[in-house]
Write a new protein. Structure first.
Length: 405
């Protein structure tokens, strides 16, 4: 497959798959926080904000498991079959989610969100697809473009939700079904069949022995995991609860949340055009500066009024896009050859999923007091990650010239 077609296919796959994941975010906060009673926000008489936090948590639990398993399984069985299975399965999950909303069944909604998350943990497979076939500056550019495609998915998803809600609350999820089936068709058409490695090994043995968390036995990767987890706790706390902030402070509904999210993702997507370009200096030092900037913006959101807070949400995407253009490429260069690109990218994706769970659980409690508390916690964790990165770099004895080992 030609390099340009490979990059295009991976980016389009990332775009279409994240559209489905992004659709619920403008929809859920008004369902649980606008004061109207329904079967979802009155389940077992629990506080609506607590139910909202649990609804946010269950999808990342599925993502956590999927991200830990799917990358290593694609190392063993091939990228193509794993991507086909996950795309079709996630489409089915969104169809069940639509049924749960029609029935106003909170338990069915939770089950559907978990199953969908389990099968949407294939972002590490798309990253590995590029990491194991490209190298050098081209790989860094391609991974940056891939991040841009993921951001575009988060842009298109909320926009589709806001545009199609007028046709019914389940309409955005049926759009997600169509998008994911298109992903499956794209994978089948563009990726050639692969001969599995270790075909006699059962999938259960691969899941047990090759999952990404096995990499935590390595001290350097354990340090990476801790730093990335702290950073992504701040990021996911922001992602999960700025829509609730938009409901409570400016008083926005689903369409308002969708437009603010679209503006933020548009800025992130535009930033990726320059984020993947070559630069002078040590990569981790550059990443630290962007992490400190992300922490400052999240903290400013927590203490700002409506106008300044909305500006913080939109510009947040600039330093975050630069950070994401550096760290995955660095990890691919330093660790991918020894441990497998699927496993390394799976570990990075797993930290994001675990951070989603931890911050959703923390937010379910803290938002009962004040939504700003979870944003302040996220800002503190991201700042700590930036500070701790220097010690991790020194422990690996990374040279301070620009070259990667």
């Amino acid at each position: 497959m030609k390099t340009s077609l490979l990059i295009f296919s991976a980016c389009l796959l990332a775009l279409l798959s994240t559209v489905g994941a992004a659709l619920p975010y403008p929809i859920l906060p008004p369902l649980f926080a606008d004061g109207s009673a329904n079967g979802l926000n009155t389940f077992l008489g629990l506080p609506p904000k607590l139910l909202f936090g649990l609804a946010l948590t269950i999808n990342p639990i599925g993502l956590l498991i999927g991200s830990a398993l799917l990358g290593p399984m694609s190392d063993r069985y091939g990228r193509r079959p794993v991507l086909l299975l996950t795309s079709v399965g996630a489409a089915i999950g969104h169809a069940i989610t639509a049924a749960a909303l029609l029935l106003e069944s909170y338990p069915l909604f939770i089950v559907a969100r978990f199953a969908t998350g389990l099968l949407e943990g294939s972002g590490s497979v798309a990253r590995a697809l590029l990491a194991d076939r490209l190298d050098g500056e081209l790989r860094r550019k391609a991974l940056s473009w891939l991040n841009g495609a993921f951001y575009m998915g988060w842009l298109a998803g909320p926009l589709l939700a806001g545009a199609t809600l007028q046709f019914g609350i389940t309409t955005p999820f049926w759009v997600a079904v169509a998008a994911l089936l298109l992903v499956a068709a794209l994978v089948a058409a563009t990726l050639p069949p692969e001969a599995p490695t270790g075909a006699t090994t059962s999938w259960w043995q691969v899941a047990r022995d090759r999952h990404a968390l096995n990499l935590l036995r390595e001290p350097d990767l354990r340090g990476l995991f801790i730093i990335t987890l702290a950073y992504t706790c701040g990021v996911t706390g922001f992602y999960e609860f700025y829509p609730l902030w938009l409901v409570e402070v400016p008083g926005y509904g689903a369409q308002g949340i969708a437009w603010i999210t679209a503006a933020m993702c548009a800025v992130m997507t535009a930033t990726t055009i320059v984020a993947g370009r070559p630069f002078n200096g040590e990569p981790l030092a550059r990443a630290r500066r962007y992490a400190f900037a992300v922490a400052a913006i999240i903290g400013a959101l927590a203490v700002s009024n409506a106008s300044i807070g909305i500006l913080c949400i939109i510009v947040y995407g600039i330093p975050h896009a630069f950070y994401n253009a550096i760290v995955p490429n660095y990890c691919a260069e330093r660790f991918g050859g020894a441990h497998g690109q699927g496993a390394v990218m799976g570990l990075i994706s797993t930290t994001f999923c675990l951070a989603n769970i931890l911050m959703a659980l923390a937010g379910a409690v803290l938002t009962l007091i004040d939504t700003r508390l979870i944003l302040l916690l996220g800002a503190g964790l991201t700042a700590w990650s930036a500070w701790r990165m220097r010690g991790w770099q020194r422990s690996m004895q990374v040279p301070v010239a620009g070259a990667l080992p």
